[in-house]
Design a protein around this ligand. Structure first.
Ligand code: PLP
Length: 366
């Protein structure tokens, strides 16, 4: 071992990934208790009840407006981009691009032969870009939290198109005015402390109406990318094809835990406390600084911390891993001497405090 960190400094749980992320041990216990549902039909009452509870709990957590629906399907947020390209963008989209995830959606729209080239408002990594209103644009898209850089953007209406918010790493850790969005979509492997594979979304009546109109227009639509099919199945508490039941069970448990904690405000406060510990720590060290310069743009759920050139982040990360503290690697494409710490809902702020003590120990002992 390169460096052994004294055990009394170590966090209780060393999982700080930005996705997938820590699953609460209690949720795993719940999974074992509900083991009787595993391996049973997703067309029968026990699984459909499970899906219904997930939908109702999400609606409660975000107090979604009347008329909005909780829609879900297989394939994660990445599939949802292709679904939006097929089934929600009519002619032209505009994208705020400020990191790798928001870029991927813009690229998917750019490649679609049936759409006009998207309008892209781009900001360099560490800053934030939100698209502005453009004539002829019918979808405005950006991420509430850019997981690749640790920058967070505001959520509000733009123009008169649909507003599609990628909340994959924000949902369950940041509040949002759902009524200012038409599709607020996410996946359960981040704040929701579950496994990957599903996408979930709050959809406005306008979004559903748009998908119906596009379908009626005769555009070729693969069934798995047809938003109206997902809506129809979700109304029956089902998915088009077989979902991972363990993912749903872990999600159900996490939602119950979040509501018991006090709902989205309480959970968001817990995440903000965790990331604040890291930002304050970095500001107080001469070898570290928050990567996102503008404090108002700093993510309350994923903290990115630059290290000075004479501190080798890769070595620090490898020492941490040997000591059971895992996944604080920066986003690979960013190629920075950086730490990226997922401070999602399940992460205990006291473990983040412990992480900073471990960082001091490893970096002083280098
Ligand atoms: C993780 C992440 C995705 C990708 O989610 P998948 O479910 O793996 O497709 C997309 N957008 C953001 C902002 C993310 O953090």
């Amino acid at each position: 071992m390169q460096t052994q960190i004294p055990v009394d400094l170590l966090p209780v749980d060393g999982r700080f990934g930005s996705g997938p992320a820590k699953v609460r041990p209690d949720a795993l216990d719940y999974l074992a208790i509900r083991g009787d549902v595993m391996g049973t039909s997703h067309r029968q009452a026990p699984v459909r009840d499970l899906v219904r509870v997930v939908q109702e709990s999400l609606a409660e957590l975000y107090r979604i407006p009347d008329g909005y629906e909780v829609v879900l399907g297989n394939g994660g947020s990445t599939l949802f981009w292709d679904m939006a390209v097929s089934s929600l963008i009519e002619k032209r989209s505009a994208h705020g691009v400020f990191g790798e995830f928001s870029r991927k959606f813009a690229k998917a729209a750019e490649r679609a032969p049936h759409l006009e080239a998207p309008v892209v408002a781009e900001a360099e990594a560490g800053k934030v870009a939100v698209p502005s209103a453009v004539d002829g644009v019918d979808v405005y898209a950006w991420a509430q939290n850019e997981t690749s850089t640790g920058a967070a953007a505001p959520v509000s209406r733009v123009g008169d198109g649909l507003v599609l918010i990628d909340a994959t790493s924000a949902a369950g850790g940041m509040d949002a005015p759902i009524g200012d969005t038409d599709v607020y979509y996410f996946a359960p492997q981040k704040n929701f402390s579950s496994d990957g594979g599903l996408w979930l979304a709050f959809a406005s009546p306008a979004a559903i109406e748009r998908a119906e109109r596009i379908k009626a227009s005769g555009r070729w639509l693969p069934e798995s990318l047809d938003f109206t099919v997902a809506v129809k199945n979700s109304r029956q508490h089902q998915t088009l094809n077989t979902p991972a039941l363990a993912t749903l069970l872990l999600l159900e448990d996490q939602l119950g835990w979040m509501l018991e904690l006090g709902g989205i405000e309480a959970v968001a406060e817990r995440c903000r406390e965790s990331t604040s510990i890291l930002y304050r720590w970095a500001e107080a060290r001469d070898f570290a600084s928050p990567f996102v310069a503008e404090p108002g743009d700093r993510s309350p759920v994923v903290a990115t911390i630059d290290l000075a050139d004479d501190v080798d982040a890769a070595r620090v990360i490898s020492i941490l891993r040997e000591n059971g503290i895992v996944d604080v690697d920066p986003y690979r494409a960013l190629k920075r001497n950086q730490l990226r710490v997922g401070c999602y809902a399940s992460v205990d702020p006291s473990d983040v405090e412990a992480l900073t003590a471990c960082l001091d120990y490893v970096i002083d002992a280098r």
